[in-house]
Design a protein around this ligand. Structure first.
Ligand code: GAP
Length: 456
């Protein structure tokens, strides 16, 4: 496994991820996705949509607003309860999340569900030291609400205060009735959504693992009460299979089933899929059985009936919800860490390879004229042909060996070389990134071949 520093360096030099606002000295913990990173993100989202929405008979798609009526966040409990326990070192005045300090001090201990007083007492009793200056004197813990606030309209007054959404899920819950009515979906059915979320994290970090602006892919799956644990198991395995089918190593993945005493008050089952990131196993994907907590909260707060009428049995009930929720950037980090490899060849040379599933690879194909002067025109024709169907890159600089290495390093799955023989018979060599094996194909057969090998 690569180190985090190697990964950051790799992402920056290849054009996957750049530091945000670098021209002006940066803005802490913001990242821009470069030409490769933005394609990778797009491909991850497409692969998720394909399996979670397009190919299931159950799920439909939603694209709701980032800005919503503040009542949404009152009802959901985010205004009163979306807090992190903030403490401050009395000596250096750096601020930290108390629960993280405790867990880092003793990985056996999880402070989830503890009161602030309990955490304060633990920090002092166990002489937990400040990661910055090693002092062991802490200010009392206070709850810090993680929602970003802003104002809508021209008057900066309380009535105009709104929030940037800290999750996409609530947009789905508040449209549950409209979606069910217009799609005429019967339970069980689900709603998928991809979109930005914002959290004023106290301690962002580990590259793109924890940031204040990120993108979530969430499914809210509505079921009949009593069937929720079956569906919980179904989606848990579905998520794991999706990751494995896309090439994450099985020994880098594990389920972390939450113990009953660690469950949130609204959940009767929760698990995290954890991935072995460069610093160790950590949460990649949260999957929760949320009962009818959210629909009930919106029903109570809005006064609107959120129940579902089963047309077969005439039963009326508030559906229960299973929610698999994952961050796109954590997946980017996992796929890059999983795929980055350095290989020693028989010649003794080393090559860097990004072994990423072809469906996720930013470029499926590189089109390379062997000799620029002689083959460029034909190569441009081939590039035009393939780039209508898949992301492709054209490269005619330096010798062919160097071009292969460059494409291997960024994960391009196939290199198509136009050479002397192409001019005679319209065939090209097609080189595979992982095996480096080469085959010869007619130009007309390229499209089918590329689509076949990059299918997911
Ligand atoms: N609606 C449920 C929900 O938002 P969560 O566990 O807070 O649950 C779900 O977040 C997923 O979103 C996480 O498993 C992670 O993949 C991603 N995520 C959460 N906070 C994040 C952050 N600050 N930066 C990047 N990704 C984050």
């Amino acid at each position: 496994m690569v180190t985090l520093d190697q990964l950051v360096q790799y992402a920056k030099t290849t054009g996957y991820i750049f530091q945000g606002s670098e021209l002006y000295g940066g803005l802490a913990n913001t990242w821009d996705y470069g030409p490769l990173g933005s394609l990778l993100k797009q491909n991850i989202k497409n692969a998720w949509l394909q399996k979670f929405q397009r190919e299931t008979p159950y799920n439909v798609l939603l694209d709701s607003s980032i800005l919503m009526n503040s009542e949404v966040w009152q009802a959901s409990g985010h205004v009163s309860g979306f807090n992190d326990p903030l403490t401050e070192c009395r000596k250096c005045h750096q601020r930290f999340r108390a629960d993280s300090l405790i867990h880092e001090h003793n990985p056996e201990v999880s402070a989830e569900g503890w009161h602030n007083e309990q955490m304060s007492a633990y920090l002092l009793d166990h002489h937990v030291s400040c990661p910055n200056c090693e002092a062991t004197d802490w200010m009392p813990i206070r709850s810090f609400n993680m929602m970003f606030q802003t104002y809508q309209g021209v008057v900066l007054e309380q009535a105009n205060q709104i929030y940037l959404r800290p999750e996409t899920a609530q947009g789905i819950f508040i449209q549950f009735k409209s979606i069910q009515r217009t799609t005429r979906k019967r339970i069980p059915f689900g709603v998928c959504q991809i979109g930005k979320a914002f959290r004023n994290e106290i301690t962002p970090g580990n590259f793109v693992f924890r940031t204040r602006e990120f993108e979530q892919m969430e499914l809210e799956f509505f079921v009949k009460p009593g069937t929720e644990l079956e569906w919980f198991d179904y989606w848990k395995q579905f998520c794991m299979d999706w990751l494995i089918d896309l090439g994450l190593k099985t020994d880098y993945l594990e389920f972390d089933d939450h113990k009953p005493e660690a469950l949130s008050h609204y959940s009767n089952a929760t698990t995290d899929i954890r991935f072995r990131f460069p610093w160790g196993f950590d949460e990649l994907w949260g999957i929760a059985s949320r009962t009818d907590f959210d629909l009930k909260a919106h029903q109570t707060h809005s006064g609107e009936n959120m129940s579902y009428l089963d047309p077969d049995t005439n039963e009326r009930y508030l559906p229960y919800v299973i929610e698999p929720s994952v961050g796109v950037e954590r997946l980017v980090l996992a796929f890059l860490a999983n795929g980055l490899d350095e290989e020693t060849l028989e010649t003794g040379d080393t090559r860097q390879v990004m072994r990423i599933h072809p469906a996720l690879a930013p470029y499926k194909v590189a089109v390379l004229p062997l000799v620029k002067k002689e083959h460029a025109e034909k190569a441009k024709h081939v590039y035009k042909h393939v780039s209508r169907h898949v992301d492709a890159v054209y490269d005619d600089t330096q010798n062919i060996g160097k071009r292969y290495r460059r494409q291997d390093a960024i994960g391009t799955y196939l290199c198509v070389t136009i050479d002397h023989q192409t001019m005679d018979d319209d065939t090209v060599t097609v080189r595979n990134r992982d095996t480096m094996a080469q085959i010869r194909l007619p130009i007309d057969a390229l499209r089918d071949h590329i689509e076949q090998i990059s299918a997911f």
